[in-house]
Design a protein around this ligand. Structure first.
Ligand code: ACO
Length: 319
């Protein structure tokens, strides 16, 4: 059994924070942020919203696009590192919001690679006959795990959710997925356990990143995974119509595009207006490019992500 993406959806909170906003409280500037990251602004969740409520908005849009009713879904996987609760999973909270009475529902915690991990797992489920209609989501309330006095992280991340519907099909849509991790890098990018009595004095449950070290490993690793993905499918660089990278840093994205000999017009970019939305960034970018007509049925799309763990992965998809 094969699997194909039959619908996409996205949601971004209404509130937008521009780079200029940070200039009054931090030693930073719009120029520094844009030059080093490619980010101009990011969306931030409102007090009444949650990771699950953003996921619900994105999921409903993806279900509409696929022409499915929620109760036809038999698998929900949410990639998130900023869940509403330690448990139950955001996927279970979402299941309740969508009114689905019985299905498989769980979260995947793979930092910025959460969506690619979720897609890879769902693909295996469908291939093995364990599911027929899956909702795969990346949803993050990053602003709730940011220290707004740390200029090296708070300017980078944004909130949002993206979703796809993945259905069992005769034709091959997901060509392959490739998932990796290397825990030796666990201290370069992390959030401590938010359960307060498990924190040592002075520790905070905030995102901490050694950005420059992360940057160097990310560039090297993502270059390798491009080769691995194309080789596994017997494809060459020119077979790829679109690159949808995790939107971490425009400089990392450009180096992967260069490795693919891909002009930047063939790279779907959202980082300027959304920042790094962690596991939401790839499905948000996919949804944007599908809805504005750039990505069409039959196009070959390479998605790749890298995040805390380190965890990284790719998916080669025929739309
Ligand atoms: N404004 C002004 N100066 C700043 C800011 C800021 N917002 N942030 C850091 N600086 C300073 C630093 O303090 C440092 O100053 P110093 O030289 O006096 O010590 C200087 O700028 C250079 O810092 P670097 O960290 O070396 O800057 P770099 O060019 O590497 O850019 C960045 C930082 C944007 C974070 C980059 O390293 C990056 O994008 N890293 C990768 C991030 C990533 O891919 N993460 C993975 C996914 S995220 C996830 O999994 C949750």
């Amino acid at each position: 059994m094969n699997a194909r993406i039959t619908g996409t959806g996205g949601y971004l909170p209404e509130k937008i924070i521009h780079n200029k906003h940070f200039e009054s409280s931090l030693e930073t500037s719009d120029e520094w942020i844009y030059a080093r990251t490619g980010i101009r602004k990011r969306h931030v969740i409102a007090a009444h919203e949650s990771t699950a409520s953003m996921a619900e908005m994105a999921a409903n849009r993806a279900l509409d696009a696929a022409g499915l009713d929620a109760d036809e879904v038999d698998l929900i996987i949410v990639g998130t590192s900023s869940p509403d609760r330690v448990f139950p999973s955001t996927a279970c909270i979402l299941q309740d919001k969508l009114g689905i009475s019985d299905c498989v529902a769980f979260d995947v915690q793979a930092a910025c690679s959460g969506f690619i991990y979720a897609l890879g797992i769902a693909h295996q489920f469908i291939k093995a006959g364990g599911a027929k209609k899956a909702l795969i989501i990346g949803a993050e309330a990053n602003s709730r795990i940011l220290d707004y006095s740390d200029r090296s992280t708070c300017v980078i991340f944004g909130d949002g959710a993206g979703a796809v519907v993945l259905e069992a099909t005769e034709e091959q849509g997901i060509l392959s997925t490739h998932l990796h991790s290397d825990g030796q890098y666990k201290d370069l990018l992390y959030v401590n356990n938010p359960i307060k009595d498990q924190l040592e004095d002075g520790d905070k449950a905030y995102l901490t990143m050694h950005g420059n070290d992360v940057y160097k490993v990310a560039v090297k690793t993502l270059g390798r995974i491009v080769d691995e993905t194309l080789d596994a499918n017997g494809m060459v660089k020119s077979d790829v119509d679109w690159l949808i990278p995790h939107q971490a840093n425009i400089r990392i994205i450009s180096s992967v595009a260069k490795k693919l000999n891909m002009p930047m017009e063939k790279v779907v970019l959202t980082i300027e207006n959304q920042g790094n939305t962690s596991s939401a960034s790839i499905p948000l970018a996919l949804d944007q490019a599908v809805r504005d007509g750039r990505i069409k049925k039959g196009h070959v799309v390479l998605m790749e992500a890298f995040g805390g763990g380190f965890v990284w992965g790719s998916a080669l998809v025929k739309m």
